[in-house]
Design a protein around this ligand. Sequence first.
Ligand SMILES: C[S@@+](CC[C@H](N)C(=O)[O-])C[C@H]1O[C@@H](n2cnc3c(N)ncnc32)[C@H](O)[C@@H]1O
Ligand SMILES: [Zn+2]
Length: 222
Amino acid sequence: MTSDRVCAWCRDPMPVTLRADAVCCSVRCRQARHRFTRGVGRAGAVADGQPLRLAYADPPYPGKSRRYYADHPDYAGEVEHQALIESLTQFDGWALSTSAAALPEVLASCPPGVRVGAWVRGERPARSAGPLNAWEPVIYCGGRAYPSRVDARRVDALVHFSRPRRSDPLRVVGAKPARFCRWIFDLLGAMPGDEFVDVFPGSGGVMRAWEVYASSSADSDA
Ligand SMILES: C[S@@+](CC[C@H](N)C(=O)[O-])C[C@H]1O[C@@H](n2cnc3c(N)ncnc32)[C@H](O)[C@@H]1O
Ligand SMILES: [Zn+2]
């Protein structure tokens, strides 16, 4: 039998036999949720001054939308990157994931002043006449400026090898790991109190990470 409460990780109904204070339906979900929360970590401080409007866009790689996402409910053909980038520039800060192969073409549509960060995620099994691709660029712009601290460094590259989140029933090709989400928050100087928009939610993992991050600070144990 199940109750009308849902698991905080897989979102399935919770068995009624579980303790009233349980938030996950199984040990597997509890551990997956714990790993994810730990991967995001806690925010260093709460934003002072004006909250920012920030956005992250993780569209299909240019030219690959149909190949990977044709059977997804949100599939709408190729993403028009020029229009997407124009919409991102309405935010105080934004980040856009793309492929190393498409980077020159996508950068050509970007305004002056953007920066490129590198996520070294490890190579994918692929047939390739050239070197295997092992990284993914993130173009970013704006956000909150503040100096790195010894205990909270902001770095424009992330080395993090990840595996698919098999315990997540909503996972999609290209779903981003918790540690990556945290890196994006840091690149943009995001703080709890800011507004964060995930333009291509896919698994919903980025907003799940934002909820963890935005509900935490160095002063709380959330
Ligand atoms: C790289 S995935 C996003 C992954 C997400 N960041 C995550 O961590 O789960 C790209 C998403 O865009 C969706 N998509 C594909 N074509 C689209 C289109 N033309 N417009 C909007 N979304 C599209 C796909 O179904 C997929 O969910
Ligand atoms: Zn569950």
